[in-house]
Design a protein around this ligand. Structure first.
Ligand code: URA
Length: 219
């Protein structure tokens, strides 16, 4: 797997990332959602440079302009619910993309420190020969990303796969690296040190779904 860690080069992304992590700034859930969306836009722009481009002629009112435009067969797939703001950011740029949504959540059994990933809802177009962009803002253990990828297999074989994440734990990045082949690209805004005993990324930012959409009752 090819890893593109956008925080390797300091940029305006750092401002959005620090607001996402800052527990005082996190009180503003609209800003939290918008910052994830902005990061989706930035990652979308960076990822776009690796797409296939085709020569095109555009007719202006005064003549012809030669350019290259990226391939259009893109499917954006996000994991509900925390993936929604990241999905919106990617869709702001890849506005002609098709969309897939999947619900994958952690189901805690008797032991609060262990969980399994449960996939339920899935809506997906054909993926055959297309570019699949799979977005999960928090790449903690990597299990949700892998469970999603497995659930998408019956929908066809994509031409290429890009994984998008805002923050990953090194452990999760290592896990997905083992599962996905050398042609798959991971675009990520930061890779943090570790997971805690509950599977949260440290230092991370907390629970991205709750911060974006409010607390939920545990199932
Ligand atoms: N999901 C989150 O929202 N935060 C984490 O730290 C890990 C998974």
């Amino acid at each position: 797997m090819q890893i593109h860690n956008l925080s390797d080069t300091p940029s305006i992304l750092n401002t959005f990332m620090s607001e996402l992590r800052d527990k005082s700034a996190q009180k503003d859930s609209m800003r939290f959602r918008r910052n994830i969306e902005r990061i989706g836009e930035i990652i979308g722009y960076e990822l776009s440079k690796s797409l296939q481009f085709n020569a095109t002629t555009i007719e202006t009112p005064l003549g012809n302009s030669q350019t290259v435009l990226h391939e259009k067969d893109i499917v954006l797939c996000s994991i509900l619910r925390a993936g929604v703001p990241l999905h919106n950011g990617l869709l702001n740029y890849f506005d002609a993309a098709e969309n897939a949504f999947i619900s994958a959540y952690r189901q805690h059994k008797d032991n609060p420190e262990s969980f399994e990933i449960v996939v339920e809802y899935l809506a997906c177009p054909s993926l055959e020969g297309k570019t699949l962009i799979l977005a999960d803002p928090m790449l903690a253990t990597g299990q949700s990303m892998v469970a999603t990828y497995e659930a998408l297999k019956p929908f066809g074989t994509p031409k290429e796969i890009h994984l998008i994440s805002v923050i990953g734990a090194q452990e999760g990045v290592d896990y997905v690296s083992k599962v996905f082949g050398p042609n798959v690209k991971l675009w990520i805004a930061a890779i943090d040190e570790k997971l805690n005993e509950k599977g949260y990324i440290v230092p991370g930012l907390g629970d991205a779904g709750d911060l974006a959409f409010g607390n939920k009752l545990q199932q």
